[in-house]
Design a protein around this ligand. Structure first.
Ligand code: T3D
Length: 262
């Protein structure tokens, strides 16, 4: 990875850290490419069974690096906005289609595409001192990085409209109330809390988690009859996993299952 993204893997947990603290982890092109590579690496490593995405320093990620954006915009809008298809969309797809759970450990401010990346994760743990700001309209832009898809699913259409059209910095406790966060923890506990959750998920039925993720993503856009069909197909796939057999045996033998992720 480049100096802007760190990748560490310990005990089946990959931790991906956006590491441009002096720029509040703003995403320039090099950082976006490094982040995509890190997420692709985590997705492709069968030994990784849970992923934590976090930021170094006082920010999680403030979205697009607006200094680089201004330089590119001065050349051409076409070139500047190519990054949405080229970088942001693959990042969101990597998070949402990863066949293992991803936790956003939101250690500080998350804005624009930075907030959207957190929304694309399966879990969000916020430090008490973290803040969120949808930011896009503040700089005269619409939503990208999946925010128009993830936000209404997290908070409903009305609140998503408000957060996007009237962006303001919202506290971690307000984010928790709105359903944007799963948990809020003291700032000094964020890494431990994310790691504890990741350890629990990494010891779980990974094949079933992948199917739950896929079913939830599909159900958002499918009519009930097709969603039921999708559930049946996924359940059959998961039903063939070693973890399912192990867990049924363990239940009937009154023991604890040992999931291997297969
Ligand atoms: O083609 C495309 O690029 C489209 C893709 C778009 C995706 C997007 O993400 S669009 C949204 C981009 N992000 C923003 O608009 C957020 C802008 N930042 C802010 O609104 C505020 O900085 C925050 C709410 C995030 C934090 O506020 P605060 O008060 O904690 O910090 P600050 O003082 O505003 O910022 C500290 C420094 O970080 C400051 O630099 P300085 O003055 O110390 O040299 C500020 O300019 C810099 N900074 C913050 N955000 C960005 C940034 N520099 C570059 N890019 C940023 N996004």
């Amino acid at each position: 990875m480049t100096e802007f993204v760190r990748y560490e893997c310990v005990d089946a947990i990959a931790t991906v850290t956006i590491d441009r603290p002096a720029a509040l982890n703003a995403l320039d092109n090099a950082t976006k490419v490094a982040l995509r590579n890190a997420l692709t690496r985590a997705a492709g490593d069968a030994d990784v069974r849970a992923v934590v995405l976090t930021g170094a320093g006082r920010a999680f990620c403030v979205g697009q690096d607006l200094r680089q954006h201004r330089e590119q915009l001065a050349r051409s809008a076409q070139a500047a906005f190519a990054t949405v298809a080229e970088h942001y969309n693959p990042l969101v797809m990597a998070l949402t289609t990863m066949r293992k759970p991803v936790i956003a450990a939101v250690n500080g401010v998350a804005a624009g595409a930075g907030a959207a990346l957190a929304f694309a994760c399966d879990f969000r743990i916020l430090a008490e001192t973290a803040t969120l700001n949808l930011a896009f309209a503040g700089i005269g832009l619409a939503a990208d990085s999946g925010a128009s898809w993830t936000l209404p699913r997290l908070v409903g259409h009305a609140r998503a409209t408000e957060l996007l059209m009237l962006p303001e910095t919202i506290s971690a406790s307000r984010a928790l109330e709105l359903g944007l966060a799963n948990r809020m923890v003291p700032a000094e506990d964020i890494a431990t809390a994310a790691n504890d959750l990741a350890r629990r998920l990494a010891a779980g039925p990974t094949v079933a988690f992948a199917a739950i993720k896929e079913a939830l993503a599909c159900s958002a856009t499918l009519p009930i009859a097709r969603a039921l069909g999708k559930e049946s197909a996924l359940q059959l796939r998961v039903g063939k996993s070693a973890d399912h057999r192990e867990a049924v045996d363990a239940f009937l033998n009154k023991t604890q299952p040992r999931f291997t992720g297969r």
